[in-house]
Design a protein around this ligand. Structure first.
Ligand SMILES: Nc1nc2c(ncn2[C@@H]2O[C@H](COP(=O)(O)OP(=O)(O)OP(=O)(O)O)[C@@H](O)[C@H]2O)c(=O)[nH]1
Ligand SMILES: [Mg+2]
Length: 331
């Protein structure tokens, strides 16, 4: 199933039910007074946040949603039943924009519900128009139309950590090692085409496609995926020991973050200002321990926390995992 992070939908809240003209049926009373009930309220249209980043692909074929209509009033002053509300499930982090009014909402908490369109009121039945001067009103109103509109839906992933780095840095492999995720891993660039999420002791780690020079302008899988780390609390920047120019690669990716921020005019809360830890991966691929020590020293000058890891070494993975929990708990 292709990953979808943008879509458009059309929605209508329910129309209110009609009010009706009815008369009380009493024995020996030919016209016992008005008894037409009011129509029920039309159902409202809501969006509801669920923790499922793939849910938008369900709306590929079906893009129109309708809350149900209120029922008409009945005899014996019976109020029509309200129409059922419609809850459209959208992924946590979805931004919904009204095409007509430009109003924007974002789903920021699991289970959160936002009312987008109100159902119409039910029309009054004839009982409502009864007065001392008019004891036999013939009047009843039809229900009000429900609100309707077109909406753009865009997803920004919500995660605690975003894994970034050049293609092949080992991002997906690390995600799999730390979480229940089964992301596809491969020894070629751009193995990951869609973001993957994994649950790390209740914290969400997001693995995005590899970044390359020009990513902020749309090169590679580019800008589309930078958007997905905007909402992460922290970045983990992976640089592989297979890489001959590790510092340069690191800087290349950092440059893209800065460029992206400038382009979107993001200030201090942009990608480049996010807390970042550096993970030097595939230490087993380094020539010897001396090279590892030297690189760690170089990276430490950047003034960020630096970790080393080889996924072939269970002890290292465990140690890193423990450190990561500590960092996340402090945040
Ligand atoms: N030697 C060694 N290889 C590793 C290690 N971790 C991952 N790899 C290999 O590195 C290659 C790339 O790993 P991925 O996890 O797919 O890398 P990625 O950063 O997700 O790559 P993209 O999705 O293309 O951006 C795979 O062949 C992995 O098996 C490690 O610790 N040591
Ligand atoms: Mg990958």
């Amino acid at each position: 199933m292709a990953f979808i992070d943008e879509t458009k939908i059309y929605a209508e809240a329910g129309r209110g039910g009609d009010g009706v003209v009815r008369w009380r049926q009493e024995k020996f009373v030919p016209k016992g007074g008005p008894a037409g009930g009011d129509g029920g309220r039309g159902g409202d249209f809501y969006v509801e946040a669920v923790r499922d980043i793939h849910i938008l692909s369900k709306y590929k074929a079906k893009k129109e949603f309708y809350a149900s209509r209120g029922e008409d009033g009945g005899k014996k002053s019976l109020h029509g039943k309200s129409g059922d509300d419609f809850f459209l499930k959208l992924p946590l982090g979805a931004i919904i924009t009204s095409v007509e009014t430009d109003e924007r909402w974002q789903l920021t908490e699991e289970g959160q519900k936002i009312l987008l369109l109100k159902g119409g009121y039910g029309g009054f039945g004839n009982e409502h128009f009864k007065s001392s001067t008019n004891t036999t009103p013939q009047e009843a109103r039809v229900g009000q139309e429900g609100a309707l509109g077109n909406f753009k839906v865009e997803l920004e992933l919500f995660a605690d950590i975003g894994l970034i780095g050049l293609p092949n840095a080992g991002k997906s492999s690390l995600l799999n090692a730390l979480t229940n995720s089964k992301a596809v891993v491969g020894d070629y660039p751009f193995t990951t085409l869609d973001p993957n999420l994994g649950d790390f002791y209740g914290y969400i780690i997001a693995d995005i496609p590899g970044l390359i020079e020009g990513a902020s302008e749309g090169k590679g899988l580019g800008i589309k995926f930078l958007r997905h780390i905007k909402r992460t609390r922290m970045l983990a920047h992976l640089v592989s020991f297979e890489n001959s120019a590790m510092i340069a690669s690191y800087k290349e990716v950092r440059k893209e973050l800065t460029k992206y921020d400038k382009k979107l005019k993001l200030g201090d809360d942009g990608l480049s200002a996010k807390d970042e830890i550096i993970i030097l991966t595939k230490t087993d691929a380094a020539k010897d321990q001396k090279v590892v020590t030297k690189k760690v020293a170089e990276f430490k000058k950047i003034n960020k926390k630096v970790f080393v890891i080889s996924l072939f070494d269970d002890g290292m993975v465990k140690k890193f995992s423990d450190e990561l929990i500590k960092i996340l708990k402090k945040k």
